[in-house]
Design a protein around this ligand. Structure first.
Ligand code: GLC
Length: 658
């Protein structure tokens, strides 16, 4: 059951599209205070587990820390970070009493999950204008399923997006891209996508291409496509301020950029220098900005990644003056610290109080609707694709997001680091993101910041083979991170190859989850609610209805401990191309997993299909699949992967293992 409690005059975030029952008074599961903004508190029993929060730091069980949902460009995801790029305000308290809470509120909101007091969950925000949805059900999984219905179906990408993609901030020229394509193709390393970071643009101007480096862009897109590679360009939120640049000129003429209080266009410096932000909370401006993607789809582009859309702001003209004043004052009264100059984020500096949106609910200052910006930038693109080619799917994912955006695109989890702990964070986030509707997700494999190592990349790829978005991406000036840059390339060929062998299964499970408002990744406790130990497992996940994954995430480890709630078949993809299968009894086991092996576990009585080797998704032979696991049947979903003909019963067929 879903009950909706309305406080004050909530902003129409458009996160929710499903049905709920309006409720009177306050929810029975907690206490509400409206004294200073809005505050919800409830007691947590010692064994309660708190799930949710989507893209947030720390574990699957969010207990014991605080999380500030305020979309932030955060470059160092260390353990103490409280805000990342997204605001997914959904939690499930699971225990004797189980209930889900969705705080549909578009601005900064705090989740104190047993941080101030270990036995108390507090959720607080500045204004008492929000909808609170309280969901009760049979257990956490049931609660999540109801929530997923409430917020509507997840985005479905084209099938090629289940291939492997290579990215790097720093590829600039056609020769750079050809070089990477050669590195993969000439070494028979599978590859479906090459991502174009900001340097493909002319002076970082959205929807432009550097004409000197890419004199005939459509021809270059076609050249890559002939090699089985899709180019996926980045689009940033800020539109460069430059006379003569059509997107800028048009946006100014039509009044489609965010405004200051005095009606002038707000200026924020990002990669291109001074930019204006398209007012994507204004439906007309959103349609206009979305329409610009056609410039690139007309050139043959089939996918995009939307970035810097928290929105990230390096500095504003106002704040430079004010910062200077503050600094001078701090020097005088002796309170100066270096942090005052470098470390402050736009929110702390007050940048988000300097501009306004023309929304469906009237004029709103940005900080009041801050968490909706990335959502609506991505929605601009998603809605535009439906106009450009209504029956075709485009690849689309975003850095910043709010619940509701999951209907328009996926997300990548932003600027992680080449740290072993970030493999585990990647794993844990997958399930939390799925709970919030984000199915097409993945992390920068190998790590974005810092220098990767061969073993880190291999281990991370061995998790990445299971994440719908499988992309190797790294920052400017880091060590080369493409799979062909390391010794014994066979190991990389093998691990990437496993991904392609799994694509029929992964795609099938993705589509079933998307079409049924279900999850691909679940904590073990969602599948084994009676098993007490399962609720404590933080480094294994259930994948689809058949598989459990347990990646290795520590350096120099030759294997790891796993916990099996039931008997399972332990499968290792060996580098020779063979599989090693072993039945393991329920309980704890130490399993050996070499650096060049990919492990997975098949649940008792289940089986999954495997394709033969392939170097692109398009060239996969989905007719001849081999079954592994226990004798029985598997219902495979498949379609052309291009169009939106999802519901066709012809898309299902049953495969059998004897
Ligand atoms: C941001 C993105 C990163 C990208 C960089 C340059 O940091 O998160 O993925 O490479 O900007 O565009």
């Amino acid at each position: 059951m879903i009950q909706k409690y309305t406080y004050g005059a909530p902003f129409p975030t458009e996160a929710v599209i499903g049905a709920s029952t309006p409720a009177q008074g306050d929810p029975a599961c907690g206490e509400i205070s409206l004294e200073d903004g809005f505050r919800f508190t409830c007691r947590l029993a010692p064994d309660d587990v708190v799930y949710g929060l989507g893209e947030a730091n720390r574990g699957l069980n969010k207990r014991g820390y605080r999380y500030v949902n305020s979309c932030t460009d955060e470059t160092t995801h260390s353990e103490s970070v409280v805000s990342l790029y997204a605001a997914h305000n959904f939690v499930v308290v699971a225990g004797k009493e189980t209930f889900g809470l969705f705080f549909d509120y578009p601005a900064r909101i705090l989740f104190d999950v047993g941080y101030t007091r270990m036995d108390t969950l507090t959720v607080a925000c500045g204004h008492a204008d929000l909808d609170l949805y309280v969901i009760t059900g049979e257990g956490p999984y049931d609660v999540v399923r109801q929530f997923r219905k409430l917020t509507g179906p997840s985005y479905i990408p084209p099938k090629f997006a289940f291939g492997f993609g290579q990215s790097r901030w720093g590829y600039k020229t056609r020769e750079d891209f050809r070089g990477v394509a050669d590195g993969y193709r000439n070494n028979n390393l599978p590859l479906d996508m090459l991502y174009m970071d900001i340097d493909y643009m002319q002076d970082y101007k959205d929807f432009t291409v550097n004409g000197e480096e890419f004199p005939d862009f459509p021809a270059f897109v076609a050249e890559m496509k002939r090699r089985g590679i899709r180019l996926i360009p980045i689009i940033d939120a800020g539109v460069k301020v430059e006379a003569g640049y059509p997107v800028y000129e048009e946006g100014v003429a039509k009044g489609y950029f965010c405004k200051r209080a005095d009606g002038s266009n707000f200026v924020a410096a990002v990669w291109p220098g001074d930019t204006h932000f398209p007012d994507v909370l204004n439906p007309e401006a959103r349609a206009w900005f979305g329409g610009k993607y056609k410039i690139l789809t007309d050139a043959g582009i089939e996918g995009f990644w939307n970035d810097m859309n928290e929105p990230s702001i390096f500095y504003t003209p106002e704040l430079t003056a004010q910062t200077r004043e503050n600094l001078e004052k701090a020097f005088q009264d002796g309170t100066y610290t270096p942090n005052m100059l470098h470390k402050q984020k736009p929110e702390a500096r007050g940048d988000y109080e300097l501009f306004y949106h023309n929304t469906i609910a009237g004029t709103k200052r940005h900080d009041e609707v801050h968490n909706l910006y990335g959502f609506n930038m991505t929605r601009a693109a998603g809605e535009a694709f439906s106009r450009i080619d209504p029956n075709r799917r485009f690849l689309l994912f975003s850095r910043s997001s709010y619940i509701g955006m999951h209907r328009y695109g996926g997300i990548w989890t932003g600027d992680n680091c080449s740290w072993w702990s970030h493999i585990l964070l990647n794993l844990q986030m997958m399930a939390s993101l799925n709970m919030c509707g984000f199915l097409y997700t993945g992390a920068d494999l190998g790590g974005f910041g810092g220098d990767t190592t061969r073993d880190l990349l291999l281990r991370w790829l061995a998790l990445g083979v299971f994440t719908p978005l499988m992309r190797n991406h790294t920052a400017l000036n880091t060590r080369n991170q493409e799979c062909y840059q390391f010794e014994d390339m066979d190991d990389f060929r093998h691990v990437l190859g496993v991904r392609y062998r799994l694509v029929p299964y992964l795609y099938s499970e993705y589509m079933k989850a998307a079409l049924n408002d279900d999850l691909i990744f679940k904590p073990l406790s969602f599948v084994y609610p009676e098993d007490k130990m399962s609720a404590q497992v933080e480094d294994q996940l259930m994948l689809g209805s058949e598989v459990m994954i347990a990646p290795v995430y520590t350096q120099n480890a030759k294997g790891r401990y796993v916990y099996l709630p039931e008997e399972m078949q332990f499968i290792k993809f060996l580098p020779c191309g063979e599989l090693r299968c072993e039945i393991l009894a329920p309980g704890h086991h130490y399993v050996e997993i070499a650096l060049n092996e990919v492990p997975l576990f098949i649940r008792k009585g289940k089986c999954i299909p495997l394709a033969g080797p392939a170097e692109t998704v398009d060239s996969l032979d989905t007719e001849h699949l081999t079954m592994v696991g226990y004798p029985g049947g598997y219902e495979l979903y498949d379609d052309d992967g291009v169009h939106k003909d999802y519901g066709n019963p012809k898309n299902y067929r049953t495969l059998r293992k004897d």
